[in-house]
Write a protein that binds this ligand. Structure first.
Ligand SMILES: *[C@@H]1O[C@H](CO)[C@@H](O)[C@H](O)[C@H]1NC(C)=O
Ligand SMILES: *[C@@H]1O[C@H](CO)[C@@H](O)[C@H](O)[C@H]1NC(C)=O
Ligand SMILES: *[C@@H]1O[C@H](CO)[C@@H](O)[C@H](O)[C@H]1NC(C)=O
Length: 476
């Protein structure tokens, strides 16, 4: 059955390393097959492709050894976002994207939602497609969710998406919805034709490289489908990653410092582009600051929707700046704000400067080399006890402030905290401000009620009561 659409938001949250892509493109093909009476002045279609764990050095436009020719072309014929920032991990990034609020305003700044954690984005926060609906958008999400699912009201079709095709957690077997024993590399991709095209890569990076080739073809297929159905001219295609690459799983953030999870740039400065005939200027690199929380405000602007003042959105509208190569309206942002064992964790960016308040997190804060794959600092079984690992990843005895001038030192080699006390003070004030408005992290123990054994071996919903707002949980 085909659905007649005027405007579409498709959130395609793809795991580069999962086979969901093939299914994603199939569903998108179906959804956009019949289009009639598209008004040229109607708000644009938005195809938002969110890559999972794709690092700065994992895309062809930053690294010629990665074979993403179609995405390279879309990026080069559109606008490359070279100072695009996400949060350091999946759940916080996705929450920021879909609510327009920094994850620390939602209690979701610490780690990711665990398998049986009875929490999700509280219901009072409206997701982007809920607002787009007021302008007649139909929205479809495919792939990974990771924003809570224990109460049905946390799940995509209760949060504005008309359809959802994917899985609710961070890693789960794509089709069976059981806990995948091999959660990162889906057996369908493993050893397949794409990986064979990656033999020049170090062994531990071959599957990742193959998955990027697969992703590239999916992105190509999506844009071709838009063109075939005369939708492309009124569409905006976005690709970004949700956090930095993880060297353990074949990702790479060279030349940036730090790994997935880190407050150094490697954990948060990720590849991205916008491709759209609606852009006034194309074929250039936008070097203004752009944060993942900005998409919400930007898309509302494009859809002609004025957000409710009480929603206190954290994003800024980036459209005119990106479209016309003007200075970014964003001049600062918090990377993350948390408090663990009384230690204030977080980082803030103000202009060219960045302050990491103390512990920097991440499973490695070192600089990775170009083809480095395995981060020796972390435990291969860590996924089974992720949150304790997140806390362990912060060196809580490292209280020294780290101040960098990223304009001259983008790889964070030269700590200026002692040399520039006035700058340090200025950034510390902004840090304290963002810290003061952040909500405490919500971290709940796994609830046995959500165990797959209770549901015939699958992960599913219906075993908790959703929160309307961020609860105050006394966390460890
Ligand atoms: C892209 O489309 C082509 C042609 O329909 C198809 O053969 C191919 O499998 C698709 N690629 C992916 C990765 O889905
Ligand atoms: C990284 O791998 C690519 C592809 O095999 C190779 O061309 C390049 O020389 C390698 N770089 C380094 C520094 O070893
Ligand atoms: C933690 O930080 C302290 C203080 O900077 C340092 O002496 C120590 O070596 C660090 N520990 C680890 C495991 O890196």
């Amino acid at each position: 059955m085909y659905i007649q659409l005027v405007r579409t938001l498709a959130l395609v949250a793809l795991l580069a390393t999962h086979k969901t892509e093939a299914s994603a493109i199939r569903v998108i093909h179906e959804k956009i097959t019949v289009i009639e009476n598209v008004d040229a002045r109607s708000p644009p279609n938005i195809i938002f492709i969110l890559g999972d764990d794709i690092g700065y050095n994992d895309v062809g436009w930053n690294n010629p050894n990665i074979q993403t020719p179609h995405m390279n072309k879309l990026a080069k014929e559109g606008v490359i976002l070279d100072h695009f920032y996400a949060m350091p991990l999946c759940t916080p990034s996705r929450a920021s994207l879909l609510t327009g609020l920094y994850a620390q305003q939602l209690g979701l700044q610490r780690g990711v939602l665990d398998f049986q954690e009875p929490y999700g984005v509280p219901l009072k926060y409206k997701f982007l497609p809920q607002l787009l609906k007021t302008r007649g958008y139909h929205s479809h999400a495919l792939g990974k969710w990771h924003l809570g699912f224990c109460d049905w009201r946390y799940t995509p079709t209760y949060r504005g998406f008309d359809t959802f095709f994917g899985f609710y957690q961070g890693y789960e077997e794509n089709y069976q919805h059981c806990l995948s024993p091999n959660y990162i590399f889906d057996p369908i991709i493993q050893g397949d034709v794409f990986t064979q095209q990656c033999e020049n890569q170090p062994a531990a990076r071959r599957e990742f490289c193959g998955a990027m080739i697969g992703l590239d073809q999916v992105v190509h297929n999506i844009t071709e489908a838009l063109k075939r159905h005369n939708l492309y001219d009124n569409s905006i295609v976005v690709f970004v990653s949700d956090n930095g690459g993880s060297t353990t799983f074949g990702g790479n953030n060279f030349p940036l410092r730090g790994n997935k999870g880190s407050l150094f740039e490697g954990g948060t400065r990720v590849p991205g582009f916008i491709n759209s005939p609606l852009l006034k200027k194309t074929g250039y690199v936008y070097s203004g600051l752009f944060h993942i929380v900005d998409w919400y405000t930007t898309f509302l602007h494009l859809a002609g929707i004025k957000p409710n003042k009480n929603s206190n959105l954290n994003g800024v509208n980036q459209w005119e700046s990106v479209s016309e190569d003007r200075p970014s309206p964003r001049t600062e942002f918090p990377y993350l704000m948390d408090i663990i064992e009384g230690i204030k964790i977080g980082a803030v960016r103000v202009g060219d400067y960045k302050l990491i308040n103390g512990p920097s997190g991440g499973f490695s804060d070192e600089w990775t080399t170009e083809n480095e794959t395995v981060d020796k600092s972390y435990d291969p079984n860590f996924m089974t006890h992720y949150d304790t690992e997140i806390i362990k990843a912060y060196n809580l005895t490292d209280l020294s402030p780290k101040l960098y001038n990223l304009a001259v030192d983008p790889y964070e080699k030269n700590n200026l905290a002692n040399e520039e006390p006035e700058k340090l003070e200025e950034l510390r004030e902004r840090f304290d401000y963002y810290f003061s408005i952040a909500k405490p992290a919500v971290k709940m123990d796994a609830d046995p009620k959500g165990h797959p054994d209770k549901f015939g071996g699958i992960f599913t919903s219906g075993w908790c009561e959703a929160y309307d707002d961020v609860p105050v949980i006394i966390s460890k």
